[in-house]
Design a protein around this ligand. Sequence first.
Ligand SMILES: CC(C)(COP(=O)(O)OP(=O)(O)OC[C@H]1O[C@@H](n2cnc3c(N)ncnc32)[C@H](O)[C@@H]1O)[C@@H](O)C(=O)NCCC(=O)NCCS
Ligand SMILES: Nc1ncnc2c1ncn2[C@@H]1O[C@H](COP(=O)(O)OP(=O)(O)OP(=O)(O)O)[C@@H](O)[C@H]1O
Length: 243
Amino acid sequence: MLSGSINYKVPYAEPTIRSMRLVGLTGGIASGKSTVSTLFKSHGIPVVDADLVARNVVKKGTGGWKKVVATFGEEILQPDGEVDRPRLGQIVFSDPGRRQLLNKILAPHISSGIFWQIFKLWIKGFKVIVLDIPLLFEAKMDKFTKPIIVVWVDPETQLQRLMARDRTSEEDARSRINAQMSLDLKRSKADTVIENTGSLDDLEENFRKVLFEVTRPLTWTEFGLSRQGALLALVSVILEIFV
Ligand SMILES: CC(C)(COP(=O)(O)OP(=O)(O)OC[C@H]1O[C@@H](n2cnc3c(N)ncnc32)[C@H](O)[C@@H]1O)[C@@H](O)C(=O)NCCC(=O)NCCS
Ligand SMILES: Nc1ncnc2c1ncn2[C@@H]1O[C@H](COP(=O)(O)OP(=O)(O)OP(=O)(O)O)[C@@H](O)[C@H]1O
């Protein structure tokens, strides 16, 4: 599910004032990543939404759009020329080969889109950035993020929430779920798991502990990656040259 525009209500401050941390947020389809993203945003922590990036890179006329049309044909376009997402979804979620093809042609566009979003937030001075990436492990982007948070939900609840949210049949919902790495395997690769089988109140309670972990004081490596860290390194080099 796509989350709305980023809303930085509360400027993020101590205790990570001189640091840069890229937090990986992932899980299964409809496990609750966007819901958790909203909680992060309400605490002033920016979230880069990979689904939103993926949507932007196939806008009419872009490089991603041209590749998608060249690969899947004009029959996946709406009358206005934009990609017919439900149509393309039907094709790729019922055919692993075509899904891999779509992933392959869009991967460079999505990763550079994510990079630019991170860069813009870094320039603005944000110290902690959450990357909401459904395919974090599948796309091997987990190596760039620490900690990695997996939002977990039990399979039956996941299926019910997906069908209710997207108003899809059980068959369609299952094919989307099966297009991803199993949620249990993702869970085993996580640094932290947010359990989301219960109510939204339970989720908020579970989120609070994770927020504490994400905002703990940062390591020197994380500091070195921050804008302040980069500036400090530059000033040190200049001073060393002149002094
Ligand atoms: C196939 C498309 C057109 C369907 O669009 P639709 O609007 O119906 O779904 P949406 O983009 O909102 O995605 C909903 C969820 O489906 C899952 N999903 C999306 N793409 C994939 C994929 N290639 N493989 C497995 N799961 C996927 C994610 O959990 C996502 O959160 C679209 O998902 C797409 O372009 N996918 C390829 C780009 C991609 O890999 N996106 C994920 C970003 S990491
Ligand atoms: N604890 C909860 N209780 C009830 N409903 C929930 C809970 N958490 C999430 N939901 C609902 O479940 C659906 C899926 O949640 P959400 O959209 O956050 O999942 P997602 O992981 O971002 O999905 P996607 O992979 O498609 O982007 C939404 O309709 C959301 O409102």
